[in-house]
Design a protein around this ligand. Structure first.
Ligand code: COA
Length: 341
């Protein structure tokens, strides 16, 4: 047998061996996948069962209250009530690691495909990538708005900027719905905020060039520039929170403590808040300017009042939600403080 054939046969033998090993590990993988999907449906159905039994349990507890109870019984009931209160949060956290049906929006955009990420690392990585995506797009928007404000004054270039804004906000709504499916606590308002912003940018896109458009153009571009810069600061705050929380979750022997995280978060937040509130009042000012414009006798464009309404909705939602977020954080800070401080 020629030596080249012997070498080829030897190589083929080793290739075959490796092929069988690959087949075996793939078979094992499929078997495990099957086991995982069975476990997933078991967990989902037992969570659903627990939920309905907890509902029944709450009804039972209500009935107990009406009867005469000893002090000991009241204590036991209170303990059970505390447990019942905590359970929905635990189930929410459990469900973040189980596949579930998409909501209406994700179903319309993506179809019925599972978007649940099954490990903590992949959830963090997705969130991290989402924050980075926002940062890169924000930098592009800053450059674009800067160019439009100072150098280029063509309606079609403004239209490109507005189109970019529409695309950016639409993408955010999809990404945020995926994040929420994966257990993120993003408040519904921020998602709704992006729908309103997409609508606003869409209306700006259709606003025909003219005296009124030119009148509002610079104010809008300056606001866009400011908002994008605030978003950059927000990025550093939010990705800082993400990294610190991840470190807190990953390390058992922590040199980063919960208090360390809290004080860092408050420093970041107190720096950020004045800029955020200034941005909110700028939105109010934009809304009021547009309403004043809409009352002019030569104002025929419907876009003026539509943009005005959108800015007012954005102002109210942003302002109220930010105040609510800060209040909740202050409350939890006070609760976390040891008594007497
Ligand atoms: N957009 C998207 N996601 C947001 C968000 C926003 N504006 N604000 C908070 N979130 C997310 C957080 O990343 C977090 O997600 P996670 O559960 O996946 O970790 C979740 O919502 C809960 O966050 P929370 O603890 O309530 O707030 P925070 O400390 O992350 O941020 C603020 C607090 C006030 C800085 C933030 O809500 C904010 O920037 N609000 C103002 C936005 C604004 O007004 N923009 C217009 C500027 S002109």
């Amino acid at each position: 047998m020629p030596p080249s054939l012997t070498a080829a046969l030897q190589e083929w033998e080793s290739l075959e061996k490796e092929y069988h090993q690959t087949q075996e590990s793939h078979r094992l993988y499929l078997q495990k996948l099957d086991e995982v999907s069975k476990l997933q449906s078991n967990c989902s159905s037992s969570i659903a069962r627990q939920r309905s039994r907890l509902k029944d349990m709450s009804q039972l507890m209500k009935k107990c209250n009406k009867e005469r109870l000893t002090e000991e019984d009241v204590k036991t009931l209170d303990e059970i009530k505390e447990h019942i209160k905590a359970r929905p949060n635990t189930f929410f956290e459990m469900e973040a690691f189980l596949p579930k049906k998409n909501g209406l929006y994700l179903n319309l955009v993506l179809g019925n495909v599972s978007v649940t990420l099954l490990s903590k690392q992949s959830k963090f990585a997705y969130k991290d990538e989402y924050e980075k995506f926002k940062l890169y797009l924000t930098v592009i928007l800053i450059l674009f708005a800067f160019m439009c404000y100072f150098f280029v004054s063509y309606r079609f270039v403004d239209a490109i900027l507005n189109f970019l804004l529409v695309w950016y906000y639409c993408t955010l709504t999809v990404r945020e719905s995926i994040l929420i499916s994966n257990g993120s606590r993003i408040k519904g308002w921020w998602v709704f905020h992006h729908y309103v912003s997409a609508f606003l940018s869409g209306v700006m896109l259709t606003w025909p060039d003219g005296y009124l458009y030119q009148n509002f153009r610079n104010q809008f571009l300056a606001f866009s520039l400011y908002q994008s810069m605030v978003h950059c600061m927000q990025y550093y705050y939010q990705s800082g929170c993400l990294y610190r929380l991840r470190t807190l979750g990953e390390r058992h022997n922590m040199d980063l403590t919960v208090e360390g995280f809290q004080s860092w978060m408050w420093q970041g937040l107190t720096f950020l808040l004045p800029f955020l509130f200034f941005g909110h009042f700028w939105q109010l000012y934009n809304g009021l300017s547009l309403f004043r414009m809409a009352r002019l006798p030569d104002c025929k464009e419907w876009q003026v009042s539509m943009c005005g309404i959108s800015f007012l909705i954005l102002f109210m939602g942003n302002f109220l939600t930010t105040v609510a977020v800060v209040r909740t954080k202050l409350k939890s800070k006070d609760q976390a403080k040891p008594k007497g401080q």
